[in-house]
Ligand binder design. Structure first.
Ligand SMILES: [Zn+2]
Length: 189
């Protein structure tokens, strides 16, 4: 029998790149394989209402638990859980890192999705560190709103209430028309 070990997969990219869709696809495969799965999302991610589910833009969904702090993942963890999913990991900040380390020590498979960059093109913690730690990284791109090329960035095109791009702006969460996917060339336009 194979020795069990922790395994970290990271799905990163800009807005509109299908990160949640890819996370849900992997979680559904695990569920079909009769693996015990637990999924967490941050309370702030209230798009499409505050239901206890992940939703992708293309209409897929998967049951999730809503938490405010990443330490709740360890408190809520079922002993039988084999796979732990975390969506929109950027809202948890660096506090998520020791939690992921603890899950890996417990030999869990951890699948994390989140924004690699902020809307003003700064690395968005904790994704850069998670990508460095991961066994596997999937970097997704969106489609540039202006030229149609692959877009690895997103840009805020509406003025928000917050200036800090690493903090969720309560006036803009879930407002997808406040942002656009942009390629490197078109980002400044
Ligand atoms: Zn472009």
């Amino acid at each position: 029998m194979k020795v069990k070990t922790g395994y970290l997969e990271v799905i990163a990219g800009p807005m509109f790149s299908g990160k949640t869709e890819e996370l849900i696809r992997r979680l559904k495969r695990a569920a079909i394989g009769k693996k015990k799965v637990q999924v967490f999302k941050h309370k702030i991610d209230s798009r499409y209402g505050s239901e206890k589910k992940l939703f992708s833009h293309n209409g897929m969904s998967f049951d999730s638990e809503i938490i405010e702090k990443s330490s709740e993942i360890l408190n809520c963890l079922d002993k039988k859980t084999e796979i732990v999913g975390v969506d929109e990991a950027q809202w948890f900040g660096d506090e998520l890192l020791p939690v992921v380390q603890a899950l890996l020590k417990k030999h869990k498979k951890v699948i994390v999705s989140g924004l690699a960059m902020t809307f003003d093109r700064q690395p968005f913690a904790p994704l850069p560190t998670l990508m460095a730690m991961a066994d596997g990284v999937t970097k997704l791109s969106a489609i540039c709103t202006i030229c149609g090329d692959d877009a690895v960035f997103h840009k805020r095109i509406t003025k928000g209430k917050t200036v800090d791009s690493t903090v969720a702006d309560p006036s803009l969460v879930g407002k997808f028309d406040a942002y656009e996917a942009r390629c490197r060339r078109c980002w400044k336009k």
